[in-house]
Design a protein around this ligand. Structure first.
Ligand SMILES: [Zn+2]
Length: 478
């Protein structure tokens, strides 16, 4: 019972508080208007309206992030990766930046100007709207963000994205090696306006297409919930779709292509990869998956949440294996996240292993054995270089410590894949798959580490800690 010291005053204060709460709820729903405020967890929510102008290769965007502070902090840090794709690190122009409708001071910093610090007194567990308007000039290059030589526009890494908060803001710059991204699970609601004759493919699902505003334009409405990174592609491509039935859901698989001579077989590979990995590790976590053929410089493909880019290559077999590789990332990167800057082997090693384990699980054990032998030979030739070029076989180290891309590939892809194949051989297929099922289930929508992997194997009766640490610390003889 509280003291009844002034009923009139209490009623007035209550009315004011109710009005403020209603106003705050309305503001939050506006900021993330597709998701009911009562359904929301504390994961970030991005609402982006963008228009792409073909003539100037420029994206103009207005964005709101619904952000719940993890701890008290005097700032928020965002990655503006777009700057990494221009030689002078100035691809993105921030036109305005507000937090809860107040214009705030900010600083763009980092050696490649890919970090943005917004100054504001954030209070733990309070929710804020970070709004910004910006333009991005796309380079003409076969990069993650750019107009490719074949005319497909790769629209990833274009939006300011919250850095990860892990006891402090992670201020990692972009890196030309590997995938320098480490994101929390987020939801994205995106409206992209493009010329009417341009096709759009994206993470999540296209939930509507409207012809409005300027003549000859259309707005594509996209909803992509519970993914780590959002990606789109736009251009003149064809598309095929097929549904695949998993244990408890139906998944639509889309394949968009412009030069592929065997699109049906490519779609079929994406479908069978989803089916095989769902059977082995647990059902794919989304209701759609989109594969887009698009050029990527120095990379076979690139993964985003429920969306991947696959670069054409003269070898169709390796194109198909890239589809499988990027599909496996939907388990190991998107659903189960990990620190891709400091422990890249955890997702890349397991995904590379899965690329060939797919063949094993599909009945072609010879292809799996041949691939693992080739990987073993490739790793041996790199590790033999140790004394001469300072090759470092330690697996838990930052992307910036790798001397060459070859060293990065050898340590994360090759050595990582060999570690997982060794574990499979040690515990047998049944326990191995059960352990990875557990790892997937325990860490879905979260962040895993070496310890999480070992814990999953422990549930199957195997203590693999010393084996794994021997490999990651480079004390084991391989
Ligand atoms: Zn990969």
């Amino acid at each position: 019972m509280s003291k009844n010291f002034n009923n009139k005053k209490i009623r007035a204060v209550s009315l004011l508080v109710c009005s403020l709460i209603c106003a705050a709820i309305c503001l939050l729903i506006t900021a993330c208007n597709r998701k009911d405020a009562t359904e929301r967890d504390s994961s970030p929510c991005y609402d982006i309206s963008a228009e792409y102008d073909v003539e100037t290769s420029t994206l103009s965007a207005s964005q709101e992030i619904l952000y719940t502070a993890r701890q008290d902090s005097d700032c928020a840090v965002l990655h503006i990766y777009a700057n990494a794709f221009s030689q002078s690190y100035n691809a993105i122009d921030i036109l305005s930046l507000q937090i809860d409708r107040q214009t705030v001071d900010y600083e763009i910093y980092g050696e490649d100007r890919t970090l943005l610090k917004a100054i504001y007194p954030f209070i733990e567990n309070s929710t804020y709207i970070i709004s910004c308007k910006y333009t991005v000039r796309l380079p003409h290059s076969d990069s993650r963000l750019g107009v490719t030589e074949d005319g497909i526009v790769n629209l990833t890494c274009f939006y300011p994205v919250l850095a990860r908060y892990d006891g402090g803001w992670r201020e990692d710059c972009y890196s030309s090696f590997g995938d320098p991204f480490f994101s929390d699970i987020s939801s994205f609601y995106v409206n992209l306006t493009v010329d009417e004759n341009i096709n759009v493919a994206s993470s999540g699902e296209i939930v509507g297409v409207e012809r409005r505003g300027a003549k000859g334009k259309k707005t594509v409405e996209i909803s992509a919930e519970n993914i780590r990174d959002f990606g789109m592609a736009a251009g003149q491509f064809e598309s095929l779709s097929e549904s695949v039935r998993l244990h408890e859901k139906e998944v639509t698989v889309n394949y968009c292509y412009y030069s592929d001579k065997n699109p049906t077989a490519s779609l079929e590979r994406a479908v069978s990869s989803i089916a095989v990995f769902s059977q082995a590790f647990g059902d794919y976590s989304h209701s759609s998956f989109t594969v887009v053929e698009s050029n990527l410089q120095n990379a076979g493909g690139m993964e985003y949440g429920s969306f991947v880019l696959v670069s054409p290559t003269p070898s169709y077999e390796s194109y198909l294996d890239t589809i499988t590789h990027e599909t496996a990332h939907q388990w190991w990167y998107d659903a189960v996240g990990s620190d891709q800057l400091n422990s890249a082997w955890l997702d890349e090693g397991l995904t590379e292993f899965c690329t060939y384990y797919f063949h094993y699980l599909s009945g072609d054990r010879t292809a799996h054995t041949a691939a693992m032998s080739e990987i073993s030979r490739s790793y041996s030739s790199f590790s033999a270089l140790k004394p001469t070029v300072g090759f470092d076989g330690r697996m838990n180290r930052h992307l910036s410590t790798y001397l060459t891309e070859g060293e990065y590939v050898a340590v994360t892809y090759y050595k990582g894949a060999l570690l997982f194949d060794t574990l499979r051989t040690l515990v047998g297929d049944e326990k191995f798959q059960a352990a990875l099922k557990q790892y997937y289930k325990d860490n879905m929508l979260s962040i895993a580490n070496e310890q999480s992997l070992c814990s999953a194997f422990k549930t199957q009766g195997y203590d693999i800690e010393s084996i794994v640490s021997g490999w990651t610390n480079d004390t084991a003889i391989i």
